[in-house]
Every structure is written in structure tokens, then in C-alpha cells.
Design a protein around this ligand. Structure first.
Ligand code: SF4
Length: 63
């Protein structure tokens, strides 16, 4: 699994961080998403899929 984020779309809702805190973080200054791991291990895939589904801005892409 490869993860990418479109920070221009991110509305800083933080749902991704709640779902997968080892893969996503938020910038201190404005809350915009920071991708910590673009190739998360298999045991994190379900959490990353959940994060992508929860993101209100559809800013997380998986391939
Ligand atoms: S859930 Fe989406 S909108 Fe919210 S911080 Fe994460 S990427 Fe940004």
C-alpha cells in the first residue's frame, strides 16, 4: 500500500490522525495533515483505509 495526501484539500479535521496516529500527523501551526509513513506496514492498512474513508476532504489517496 502506498499513501499520499493532498495537503491543499485538507481542512484540518484531524480524523486521519485519530484513526491512524502512526501514519498521519497534523502541523502545529494550522492543523494541515503531515504524512509520517507513505508505505505503512500491513497491520496498519485497515486503519489507513478507515482514515481515508473518514477524511471529510477526500484528501487521502491509497494505491
Ligand atoms: S482527515 Fe483529511 S481533512 Fe482531516 S486532517 Fe486528515 S487529511 Fe486533513
Amino acid at each position: 500500500m502506498r499513501v499520499s495526501v493532498e495537503s491543499d484539500r485538507c481542512c484540518a479535521a484531524g480524523q486521519c490522525v485519530l484513526a491512524a496516529p502512526d501514519v498521519f500527523d497534523q502541523r502545529d501551526e494550522d492543523g494541515v495533515v503531515v504524512l509520517l509513513d507513505d508505505r505503512p506496514p500491513a497491520d496498519r492498512h485497515a486503519a489507513v483505509v478507515e482514515a481515508a474513508q473518514l477524511c471529510p476532504a477526500a484528501a487521502i489517496a491509497l494505491s
